[in-house]
Design a protein around this ligand. Structure first.
Ligand SMILES: NC(=O)c1ccc[n+]([C@@H]2O[C@H](COP(=O)([O-])OP(=O)(O)OC[C@H]3O[C@@H](n4cnc5c(N)ncnc54)[C@H](O)[C@@H]3O)[C@@H](O)[C@H]2O)c1
Length: 233
C-alpha cells in the first residue's frame, strides 16, 4: 500500500484530500499545526524543517517510505500592499512557498529510492489574475506554480510527477473566515459570476488530486490544473 503525506490535512481542502486518499486505499499521514483525531496525525509547522524531518521519521517508522506528497498547508493574508509589514510578507511566503520547499526536499529521497512519486501542490486561482490586497500570498503561490513546472522537469526522469492544483473559491474555514471579515465581497455575487453557478467544495479539489496521484496520470506532469468552476480568477 502506498503512503501519502498531506500537509494542512487538519482542515478544509487538505482534510478532504486526506479523506479521499484514504478512501482510495492509501495510507495517509497528515501534517498540520495541531493534532487531529484521525490516525497518523503529526504536528509540525511546515516552515520548521527540523519538525518536518522529525514527523517524517515517525511516519516512516509507522508506515514506511512516503511516495505521495500533497502540499495543502496555506496561510492567507489581506492588506493593502503599502501596509504589509516585512515580517508579515516573510511569514506568508514562508508558509506558502518555503513550506513547500521543505516538505518536497524532505520526502524526495523516498521517491527517488522507489523510482516513483507523486507531488501535488495546492496553489491558488489568484495566481491567474492577481488578487488585490493579497500580494505576499499571490507572490508565494505563483512561485509554487513555477517550482512545480521546474521540479517536473528535474524529476520526470526519476518517475516522479509534480503538478499544481490552483483552487478557486472553495468553501472552507479559510474562505469563511475571510468572507466574515468582509474581504471577499458578496459570496452570492461571486457564485452568480461563476460559470457552474456554485461555490467549490473541498471534495472538488480532492478529486483532481486523486486523479493526478493515480497510476493512470503518469504521463501528466508540470501542469497547473485549475479547479474553479470556470471562473479562472
Ligand atoms: N479555500 C479556497 O477557496 C482556496 C483558494 C485558493 C487556494 N487555497 C489554498 O488551499 C489550501 C488549503 O486551504 P483551505 O481553504 O482548506 O484552508 P484552511 O485554513 O481550512 O486549511 C489550511 C490548513 O493548513 C494548516 N496550516 C496553516 N499554516 C500551517 C503551517 N505553517 N504548518 C502546517 N500547517 C499549516 C492549517 O492549520 C489548516 O489546517 C491552502 O494552501 C490555501 O492557500 C484555498
Amino acid at each position: 500500500m502506498k503512503n501519502a503525506v498531506v500537509t494542512g490535512g487538519g482542515s478544509g481542502i487538505g482534510q478532504a484530500i486526506a479523506n479521499r486518499l484514504r478512501a482510495d486505499g492509501y495510507n495517509v499521514a497528515i501534517l498540520d499545526l495541531t493534532a487531529s483525531d484521525t490516525e497518523f496525525s503529526f504536528v509540525a509547522d511546515v516552515t520548521d524543517r527540523a519538525a518536518i524531518d522529525e514527523a517524517l521519521t515517525g511516519i516512516r517508522a509507522q508506515l514506511g517510505p512516503v511516495s505521495i506528497l500533497v502540499n495543502a498547508a496555506g496561510l492567507d493574508s489581506f492588506k493593502k500592499f503599502q501596509d504589509v509589514s516585512f515580517e508579515r510578507w516573510l511569514r506568508v511566503i514562508d508558509v506558502n512557498l518555503h513550506g513547500v520547499f521543505h516538505c518536497i526536499q524532505a520526502v524526495l529521497p523516498d521517491m527517488l529510492e522507489a523510482g516513483w512519486g507523486r507531488i501535488v501542490n495546492i496553489s491558488s486561482s489568484s495566481t491567474h489574475s492577481g488578487a488585490p490586497y493579497m500580494a505576499p500570498y499571490v507572490a508565494a503561490k505563483s512561485a509554487v506554480n513555477g517550482l512545480t513546472k521546474t521540479l517536473a522537469l528535474e524529476y520526470g526522469p526519476s518517475g516522479i510527477t509534480v503538478n499544481a492544483v490552483p483552487p478557486g473559491f472553495i468553501d472552507t474555514p479559510m474562505l469563511r473566515a475571510a468572507a466574515d471579515k468582509g474581504f471577499l465581497g458578496d459570496i452570492e455575487q461571486t457564485i452568480a459570476a461563476t460559470p457552474v453557478r456554485r461555490i467549490g467544495r473541498p471534495e472538488d479539489i480532492a478529486a483532481a488530486c486523486a486523479f493526478l496521484i493515480s497510476e493512470e496520470a503518469g504521463y501528466i506532469t508540470g501542469q497547473i490544473l485549475g479547479v474553479n468552476g470556470g471562473r479562472n480568477t
